[in-house]
Design a protein around this ligand. Structure first.
Ligand SMILES: NC(=O)c1ccc[n+]([C@@H]2O[C@H](COP(=O)([O-])OP(=O)(O)OC[C@H]3O[C@@H](n4cnc5c(N)ncnc54)[C@H](O)[C@@H]3O)[C@@H](O)[C@H]2O)c1
Length: 259
């Protein structure tokens, strides 16, 4: 049987280590025939990301990319497009908020903290989509996906500023879907249930929250990163050719519950 993304070229932004959600999507795409370029935020994670890249069947360039650095984004996007021979798939799995802006009250968040979180967690998708657009147009279309959380829809204490940023991110997804749809470029979010990653460890009380959510979830369990990887593969492939502007829950059904 033909592989789902055979010959496609994917740029994956947001791998920090083997637990990263972005890595599970990278693996799923790699196993299904795509070539994979990875980025690293800084030298602290560069070595780990390079090592992970070496384990892929079709590794591409591994480049530095801090979403707050416009010049670096330009250079790295160009290097990836040249190295892969084009770009068909963009995975955006990047988010940040200061610790006090997650654990504290929203009314106490500073202008600085608000803008920092919105910049890294929501504007970054706009910045990357604009830079990948010409490459996807050249390819005759493409798939862009990002990672969200149910705190975009509902207030979840402990997630505070990130909830606000995820609401903005999901709105960005809808507007980008409209902007880029005429070029055959689809834009979606995966709204994942809690997964124990590096970023998750920064959320105060994350472990208790994950346990409580699992108990109130139709499937009565947590989700795995591999399950998010499979959803990413679906959104990257032609199986989802009519899906865009969507925030797709991969949360074992938690969003369907009222209590
Ligand atoms: N873990 C969960 O429970 C969960 C649930 C739903 C959604 N998400 C989302 O999934 C995405 C990936 O997070 P994860 O849980 O895999 O954790 P992770 O820590 O593995 O990934 C977060 C990534 O963001 C990157 N990043 C932060 N600031 C950056 C910057 N300025 N420039 C470039 N990269 C930057 C980090 O380097 C890291 O690779 C995030 O958007 C997160 O909000 C996570």
């Amino acid at each position: 049987m033909a592989k789902l993304v055979e010959g496609k070229r994917a740029l994956i932004v947001g791998v920090a280590n083997k637990r990263s959600i972005a890595w599970s999507i990278a693996r799923a795409l790699d196993e299904n025939g795509a070539s994979i370029a990875l980025t690293y935020q800084n030298e602290r994670v560069e070595k780990d990301v390079r090592k992970l890249s070496e384990t892929l069947a079709s590794p591409g360039p591994v480049v530095p990319l801090d979403v707050q650095d416009d010049a670096q984004m330009d250079a790295s996007m160009a290097e990836v497009a040249a190295g892969l021979g084009g770009i068909d798939i963009l995975v955006h799995a990047v988010a940040f908020a200061r610790q006090e802006d997650l654990s504290g009250r929203l009314v106490d968040v500073s202008r600085d903290g608000f803008l920092l979180s919105m910049d890294i967690s929501a504007y970054s998708l706009v910045a990357l989509a604009g830079r990948v657009e010409p490459h996807m147009r050249e390819a005759g279309g493409g798939s862009i996906m990002t990672l969200s959380y149910i705190a975009a829809d509902r207030a979840m204490p402990g997630y505070t500023m990130m909830g606000v940023s995820k609401s903005a991110l999901e709105s960005v997804v809808r507007y980008l879907a409209w902007d880029l749809g005429e070029a055959g470029i689809r834009v979606n979010a995966i709204s994942a249930g809690p997964v124990r990653t590096l970023a998750a460890r920064g959320i105060p009380g994350f472990s208790d929250m994950a346990d409580a959510i699992a108990a109130r979830t139709p499937l009565r369990r947590e989700i795995t990163t591999d399950e998010v990887g499979a959803a990413g593969l679906f959104l990257a492939s032609d199986l989802s050719s009519a899906v865009t502007g969507e925030a797709m829950f991969v949360d074992a059904g938690f969003h369907a519950m009222g209590l």
